[in-house]
Write a protein that binds this ligand. Sequence first.
Ligand SMILES: [Zn+2]
Length: 86
Amino acid sequence: MICRNGCGAEITWDPKQKSASGKSIPIDAVTNKPHQCPNSDFAMKKKTPELGHSVIDEVIEIKQELRELKKIVEERLTKLEMSRWS
Ligand SMILES: [Zn+2]
């Protein structure tokens, strides 16, 4: 069967190969190793217990905070520059 994430890889299921949580994992039919899907963003969208939300949400949050911080730093720097010449 072809990977449902659309990466084009042929995958199989091996009852002997399971993830740590006991779930069946897709096996790459060519390498016979667990399929590391380049198209899989499932893990990114999945809620992470430690974060309380998904990794994607975390990245968005960090980016927003960075943007705000950058604004504050730029404002402070501008004030510093101005005071130097006044
Ligand atoms: Zn795949």
